[in-house]
Design a protein around this ligand. Sequence first.
Ligand code: NAP
Length: 306
Amino acid sequence: MTRELAANTSSTVPLRMNIIGAGKLGRTLARLFKDTGLIHVGGIYNRNIESSQSALEFIGAGRVCRTIEQLSKQPAKLWMIATPDDVIHSCAEQLAELSAINWQKSIAFHGSGLKTSEVLAPLKKRGSRVASAHPAHSFANPKRSLNTFKSTVCTLEGDTPAIEGISTLFKAIGGQTTTITAEAKPLYHAATVMASNYLIALLSASETLLEKAGIEETLANAILSPLMRQSLDNGLSEGASNALTGPIARGDINTLRAHLIAIEQRAPGLRNTYTTLGAEALKLTQQKKALPEKEIAAMEKCLFED
Ligand SMILES: NC(=O)c1ccc[n+]([C@@H]2O[C@H](COP(=O)([O-])OP(=O)(O)OC[C@H]3O[C@@H](n4cnc5c(N)ncnc54)[C@H](OP(=O)(O)O)[C@@H]3O)[C@@H](O)[C@H]2O)c1
């Protein structure tokens, strides 16, 4: 299969790929794969027919399957399961029961950052090579992702022939590929969730506090947009501890107290968010040894005991 994919780079005969779950990630990858000419999109199966139809329009190729059984009529060597994590295994079980499909030497993969290739065991038993492939990319807007996917790190895990085959594909769409062990996936995924999803949660928390302070939305955006971008740029280029500024880095304990009182009064639901992230900032300050331990201990007490 790897050789087939590699050979396909200079061949005019693309490999056929069926898709189960052409949502945000599924339809974006399918369109990018198709545009390389390496892949011919076969069957598309989503829960709702309208959703499959809109995926087909986005991808610009494929055939809508109304039921999972109809995929039997779409012979394919590549199978992408891009459903929500919790249904990947049951989709694999249903596919494995379809006796008309020849799984020998096929590759089946899913896009979950947490789940491993083990969830595709029903297909492996039928002869398929299996893998998980997680692009560290936020597919919130598939159209935008078509232009921003390039350079995305795609972390692969599973059977070696499957990894090799998928790696060829992800590289062809501009991705960088790396591998990971099954055991490391939960921590790896927690890290990407914090960096991506929780950054948005943090934005939302800051917006809430500005709203409570009576600052209207446009001004709030003008305040947060450069501030967050500068902080992120500094953190990524200088390292987290060098980039940290603010009351904790300076040891301004009275400022912390004032924040906690205001949050308690106007947005008590955000107190834990403030103190938990404060503890991480405190750890960075401690590592830098910029303040005496006594001041660190006093700030810790202020955050968690006072
Ligand atoms: N979104 C991201 O930024 C991102 C990034 C990296 C990895 N991932 C991974 O990519 C996978 C898909 O995530 P997503 O964000 O693309 O999800 P999504 O936009 O919600 O799309 C999920 C798709 O799966 C279909 N589906 C749901 N249940 C199904 C079932 N039982 N049988 C067949 N199809 C079913 C849905 O069909 P309907 O539309 O008909 O409901 C939908 O098309 C997940 O494993 C996720 O962890 C996502």
